[in-house]
Write a protein that binds this ligand. Structure first.
Ligand code: PEP
Length: 252
């Protein structure tokens, strides 16, 4: 089953206007220079940079995504951003249920499910994040935790066309620590099995499952060449053009 590898950058809460535009221009230039590739590129800047980054990416095959959204189309939700607003400024994707949102904002799988449905309704693709904490891993619960998060967070109408899963062990995010490639393949294969039960084999076989957690140019090939790994969600290394593109070049 061939699934197009997705190289996705999560800029998190980083970048003022000038930094964001410079980074986006750098990524756009390098992606153009890379020429024809089988990879799909995506950057997810903070809300404040979406419009300027969209402009800076003009002419380059790099999609735009956001890092969260509300489940309502509009209304009395001070401080929130709706999926319709994201679509309006040119987003194709939205990251939902990142572990930092699950932890910092107490987001439940049920809420992430609602947000995903709302994203689909606006034609956005949801990147639904799951992953275990270090304590859960040490207790041997990784696969159970991921299965529970998938069953709760992934809507019944998710398809390979509207959803990407990102497996991100919480303890590997921003720490420089990573699971072994054997562990990653095992978890991704288990995730695909759960998806098959929930959404049918056809969707599960076509759905992309990204690995995220301290991916960098030097370890990208190890993870991205695994059978059930279909790309990477990249935090820290997405903030430097040479690292973000270095990851792509390592697997091109
Ligand atoms: C992330 O937060 O999605 C992430 C994977 O971060 P990092 O690459 O910095 O570990």
């Amino acid at each position: 089953m061939s699934r197009k590898l997705l190289i996705a950058g999560n800029w998190k809460m980083n970048g003022l206007l000038a930094d964001g535009v410079a980074l986006a221009k750098g990524v756009a230039g390098e992606v153009k220079a890379l020429g024809k590739t089988d990879l799909e590129f995506l950057v997810c800047p903070p809300f404040t940079l979406l419009t300027s980054v969209k402009k800076a990416l003009r002419g380059a095959k790099v999609a735009l995504g956001a890092q969260d959204c509300h489940f309502a189309v509009k209304g009395a939700h001070t401080g929130d951003i709706s999926p319709a607003m994201l679509k309006d400024v040119g987003c194709a994707y939205v990251i939902l249920g990142h572990s930092e949102r699950r932890a910092d904002h107490k987001e439940s799988s049920e809420l992430i499910n609602k947000k995903s449905v709302a994203a689909y309704e606006q034609g956005l693709k949801a990147i639904i994040c799951i992953g275990e904490t270090e304590a859960e891993r040490d207790a041997g619960k990784t696969i159970d935790v991921c299965a529970k998060q998938i069953l709760g967070s992934v809507p019944d109408n998710a398809t390979a066309a509207n959803t990407v899963i990102a497996y991100e062990p919480v303890w590997a995010i921003g720490t420089g620590k990573t699971p072994t490639s054997k562990d990653v393949q095992e978890v991704h294969a288990a995730i695909r099995k759960v998806l098959a039960k929930k959404l049918g084999k056809g969707n599960a076989n076509k759905m992309r499952i990204l690995y995220g957690g301290s991916v960098k140019p030097s370890n990208a090939k190890e993870f991205l060449s695994l059978e059930d790994v279909d790309g990477a969600l990249i935090g820290g290394a997405s903030l430097k053009v040479e690292d973000f593109l270095g990851i792509a070049k390592a697997v091109k």
